[in-house]
Design a protein around this ligand. Structure first.
Ligand SMILES: [Ca+2]
Ligand SMILES: [Ca+2]
Length: 196
C-alpha cells in the first residue's frame, strides 16, 4: 500500500503514520507513540531460544536461555530492556542456576564491562523489594518460593538507601542495591515459549 506524506508536510522531522490512513504526518520527536519494527525475512535467523538475537544461549543445566548485557543501565531500564527482548531480568530458581549465572558472569571479565559502579563487581538481577518483601520479577514469587535466597555476606544491608533493587555478586549471591545504579545485567528467556 503506498503511503503518502500529507500536503504541506516535509520529511525533515519525525514522522508518524495516521491511524487507518495512507498518509503520514510530522509529529514532535518527543511524542510517545506505538511503533513497528521491520526486518526482511531472509535476514532473520531464529536461534533455539525463539529469538533472532544470537547472543541468547540455551543452558541445559537450567533449561533457560540467557544474554549478558555488558552495557550498564539502571534497574528499571534493564528490566525494560529484557522485556523488549521478550525476556525478563534473570531469576535464580535453584543452586544449579546460580552456578550457570556465575559461569556466564565469569565469561565477562571486568575489562569487557561498561559500568559506573564498583567496576562490575555486581550485576542487576530480577528481584525487587515490594512493601518490605523481596519478590521475583517473574511470577511475583518470594525468594523462597522461587527456590534460591542466598545473600552475600552482610546483605541485605541498605548501605546506600533506598536499596530496593536486587543484584548479584560474582559468586551469584544477592545484594540489595540502589535502583538508580547503572550496572550490567542478565536477561533470561524461557525456551518453551517456542511451543506455546
Ligand atoms: Ca530462572
Ligand atoms: Ca547492599
Amino acid at each position: 500500500m503506498p503511503v503518502l506524506l500529507e500536503e504541506g508536510e516535509s520529511y525533515n522531522s519525525c514522522i508518524a503514520w495516521e491511524h487507518r490512513s495512507t498518509t503520514l504526518r510530522v509529529v514532535n520527536c518527543d511524542d510517545t507513540l506505538p511503533f513497528v519494527c521491520f526486518k526482511k525475512k531472509y535476514s532473520v535467523k531464529v536461534v533455539g531460544c525463539g529469538t533472532a538475537d544470537s547472543e541468547y544461549a540455551y543452558d541445559s543445566r537450567s533449561g533457560s536461555c540467557y544474554k549478558f548485557h555488558r552495557s550498564s543501565l539502571n534497574w528499571d531500564n534493564a528490566f525494560k530492556e529484557c522485556q523488549h527482548e521478550g525476556a525478563y531480568l534473570a531469576v535464580i530458581n535453584n543452586h544449579l542456576e546460580s552456578i550457570v549465572l556465575q559461569d556466564l558472569y565469569a565469561k565477562n571479565p571486568k575489562n569487557t564491562i561498561i559500568s559506573e559502579v564498583n567496576h562490575a563487581i555486581q550485576i542487576h538481577i530480577g528481584i525487587r523489594k515490594n512493601e518490605g518483601t523481596w519478590k521475583t520479577v517473574q511470577k511475583d514469587q518470594t525468594l523462597k518460593e522461587a527456590g534460591y535466597e542466598t545473600w552475600g555476606r552482610g546483605e541485605p544491608n541498605s548501605a546506600v538507601p533506598p536499596e530496593d533493587c536486587g543484584s548479584i555478586f560474582r559468586q551469584a549471591t544477592f545484594n540489595d542495591e540502589n535502583c538508580y545504579w547503572s550496572l550490567p545485567f542478565i536477561c533470561e528467556k524461557d525456551p518453551e515459549i517456542l511451543y506455546e
